[in-house]
Design a protein around this ligand. Structure first.
Ligand SMILES: *Cc1c(COP(=O)(O)O)cnc(C)c1O
Length: 390
């Protein structure tokens, strides 16, 4: 136990089971578990190991540093990284056997330099902008990028092992852009194969497309959020509808419970004023820990949901940097040291990350990924391999 009076308890057994469920959904496609952003706040290395134990055969990260952290921890599986700027340490990426995404001519040139410098053949996934309007080479520039990459492949500098893209509207499986992007992707694959690429993996699907759209699965699916048991499509179904269990529970100990009179202003700017004599409880988590300030309560409305014993309460007044306040009611029996639950799987009546997303006007992705660095992550459900790797 650390001295910090709150924690995120991450159930690695849930991560393993979620990946097993995703694997079944993906059928013949392999699963690349996306573990960027500290595994969506769940802890990079333990989560990555659990995902691999659950049946993922690849890992994906945005940043090279994230890939290096996996390798430094001894994680051996194929890793794809896709976000780097000119001058990035691609030589280190190659010696660490990290697959690299290439979206532009400058990136290919830097990959080739790194391959020459290290003597390692770079494994490259060419990314195409099929319509997201973010990363990826535009389709009309694909042929020249591919030809340059395949010429370098003939010299032994690179292997073009993948072609990939990302969807703009995966959470709306019937949206016309989904089929339009898939058509552009199919054309890109056909072009790559005509130009002589021998693609190991073609991949397009994030969590939403993995769960709702089998036509988008291709050879490899890239779920992130669903690995951690949250639904990327809450308007279509919750985690249980997709065989998923949220892996994270965030809880804290009350640091103070005290009786105050009616009409007592609570927290900054007195956005809440006690309607009666009541007991206030102080929770030692604030916006520096990822509790969204947008989930503050107001005079006539409680904010973000919290479970206290069997009761569902909401934040009273403003969320501060390190703490927020609950109105526990006139008859409250809670005392300092009692545990409150901000969110969890929901199985015991506690709120979920999705409930917090609704309370803060955001998505569950942001709730878990913004959990502050100072909140300890406690991993449960470890296997003997994970114990041994500590
Ligand atoms: C983050 C990310 C994913 C995973 O997205 P989820 O919606 O969390 O499944 C997949 N592919 C790319 C390119 C990403 O950036």
């Amino acid at each position: 136990m650390t001295a910090f009076p709150a924690r995120a308890v991450v159930d690695l057994a849930a991560v393993r089971a979620n990946v097993a469920a995703l694997r079944a959904t993906a059928r013949s496609a392999e699963v690349l578990a996306v573990v960027k952003a500290d595994a969506y706040g769940h802890g990079l290395v333990p989560s990555a190991r659990a995902a691999l134990e659950g049946g993922a055969t690849w890992l994906g990260v945005a940043q090279l540093e994230e890939a290096f952290a996996l390798r430094d921890a001894g994680v051996d599986a194929p890793v794809l990284a896709w976000l780097y700027a000119p001058g990035a340490p691609l030589d280190r990426a190659l010696t660490a056997r990290v697959d690299l995404s290439v979206s532009a001519g400058w990136a290919l040139l830097e990959v080739l330099d790194a391959a020459r410098a290290t003597g390692v053949t770079a494994r490259v996934h060419v990314k195409v902008d099929t319509g997201l309007g973010r990363g990826g080479v535009m389709p009309r520039e694909l042929e020249s990028l591919l030809d340059a990459a395949l010429a370098a492949q003939a010299e032994g500098l690179v292997d073009v092992v993948g072609l990939w893209s990302h969807l703009a509207w995966a959470d709306a499986p019937d949206h016309p852009t989904v089929l339009a992007q898939a058509a552009v992707f199919d054309d890109a694959v056909a072009l790559a194969e005509r130009r002589g690429a021998r693609l190991e993996v073609r991949h397009l699907a994030n969590s939403a497309a993995t769960l709702t759209n089998p036509a988008m699965h291709y050879d490899l699916v890239r779920p992130g959020l669903a690995v951690f048991g949250l639904s990327p499509v809450p308007h279509l179904g919750g985690p249980a509808d997709y065989g998923l269990t949220p892996a994270m529970r965030v809880e804290a100990e009350l640091v103070l419970a005290k009786l105050v009179p009616a009409g007592h202003g609570v927290s900054y700017a007195h956005a809440y004023v006690t309607p009666t004599e009541t007991v206030l409880g102080v929770v030692p988590l604030g916006y520096a820990d990822g509790v969204p300030r947008h989930a503050s309560g107001s005079a006539d409305r409680w904010g973000g949901p919290v479970q206290v014993g069997a009761r569902r309460l909401g934040i009273a007044g403003r969320v501060c940097m390190d703490q927020f306040v609950l109105d526990l009611g006139p008859d409250a029996t809670e005392v300092a040291g009692d545990t409150v639950v901000l969110f969890g799987p929901g199985a015991d009546g506690e709120p979920t990350a999705e409930d917090w997303a609704v309370a803060a006007g955001t998505i569950s992705y942001e709730i878990v990924t913004r959990l502050g660095a100072r909140v300890p992550r406690i991993h449960t459900g470890t296997t003997t391999t994970q114990e041994g790797a500590r």
